[in-house]
Design a protein around this ligand. Sequence first.
Ligand SMILES: [Zn+2]
Length: 170
Amino acid sequence: MHYPDLGTECQIARGPRVRAVGWLAAGLDFGCGEIDGKVVEVLTHLREEGWVHIAMPGIHECELCHQAREARNILVPSRDVLYVAPAMVIHYIAEHAYLPPSEFCAAVLGCPAPTTDAYYEELRRFIDVYSVGHPVTAADFDRSTRAHREWREQIAANRRADAERKRFTW
Ligand SMILES: [Zn+2]
C-alpha cells in the first residue's frame, strides 16, 4: 500500500496529473516536521465534506501503530495536478509527525470549500483522472457531483434542524 509522495500513482488513481501524498508504510522513511494547523483543519473538512470519485471498499489500518482505521480518501485539486491522499494522512500528521510535501500543503490551503461551484469546477478539470479503469464522461461527473452537493446540503439542513430543536429543549 506504499506509494512515494508526489508519485503519479496510488491505490485509487494514477496518471501524469496525479500526485500521491501520504501513502505511508511501516519501515519506510517519510518526512517529519511541524505543520500549519490550518492545513489539518482544511484536510479534516475535505475528509468530511469532500467529493471523491471512488468509494474504497476495504478499511485500512495504520501500519505504524495499528491504532487507527480509515476507509476514506481525500482529493485536493490544484492548478495542474490532483493530489490524492488517504484520509489516514490526518492521523499520520497528528500521531506520527508526518509532514506532507509543501506543495500539497499549499494546495490544501488554496482549495475552494466543498459544495461551492468553484470546488466542483476545480475537480472537473481532472475527469481524465477519474476515468482510469472505466470511462467517465463530463455528464457522469456532473451527475455525481450534483448528487454529492445535494447529499451534503441535506446533511447540513438536518444539522441545522437538530440544533434548532435543541435550542427549544429545556
Ligand atoms: Zn498510526
